[in-house]
Design a protein around this ligand. Sequence first.
Ligand code: PLP
Length: 365
Amino acid sequence: MPRPIEALIHPDALAHNLARARAQAPDARVWAVVKANAYGHGIERVFEPLRSADGFALLDLAEAARLRALDWRGPILLLEGVFEPRDLELCSRLNLWHAVHNEQQIDWLSRHKTHQPHRVFLKMNSGMNRLGFSPTALRTAWARLNALPQVDEISLMTHFSDADSPTGIAHQVAVFEQATRDLPGERSLSNSAAVLRHAGLASDWVRAGILTYGSAPDFPEHDSAHWGLQPAMTLRSKLIGIQPLQPGDTVGYGSRFVAETALRIGIVACGYADGYPRHAGSGTPVLVDGVRCATVGRVSMDMLAVDLTPVPAAQLGSEVTLWGRGPHFDQDGSCLSIDEVAQAAGTIGYELMCALAPRVPVTLS
Ligand SMILES: *Cc1c(COP(=O)(O)O)cnc(C)c1O
């Protein structure tokens, strides 16, 4: 028998979350962002529930090829564009739209031999200072692209650094609008946080990433329930050990937890080699038989420990929810937010879902 740990991917939640993006941006077309193997959920698993998206956005050409292998004929956008000249051949062959964010990519395009002109998304750096042309360099880049026979329609995109926080997007929107005022073409501005927090922003194409997977981009200011999102991934396991502790007993490597009173702890078949964050300290929430408990001691490679005080009936084999849908979800909708677990580990939901380890069996549920 395999270890009892497993991940469940919930197609109904993915479809629901995509519908939430549409409701927030009713006039926009929606890219379902499926980079990093659909944020750890698996491109092949999310494809059916997300196929009503207007397109899929990702970074990796191999992932784009996997979408075409699923017979997806609609738009695919490479968010970082091509990484070397021969990537353009794959773009021509698979009809991939691609971002253009530097001069070198334009040089490569100008030398690319194709019968099929490419749809490109010219990326502007409006203040994040990661990728894209500065407001002053944008016009020259646009004019160069516009003169190329290899280029079909040119759209304009930018990315926000602070859409998830009170700092907001106003400054970047102003810079973008000023620099693109008289340029034609469709616009793509919003990521998940902008879709949720700045619903009025005009964007022909929104890029819905994390919200699709049911995590709140602006946790803890808002949680996923506030935004009407449902977690698309559950990580669950079982208790494989129980230890009664006396005052002074310690738990795990480094003896980081010391019992002050007598208590029972449960040992869960889940550790950092499954993708659970090692930096989640004592007190990180978990559900045991649906009851909220707290971890104790250090997370080890294959196991972690839980204080069973809130759930005296817990026994070997009791179900443990690390994040996602609890065992009573069908009755009362109860979940453990991946964002809460991430916060306890000093990170964000994005990182946890992307880090789900290959050794964890995954099923659709
Ligand atoms: C990853 C990514 C997104 C999606 O961001 P979320 O915060 O997950 O919605 C949007 N745009 C670009 C350019 C990205 O790289």
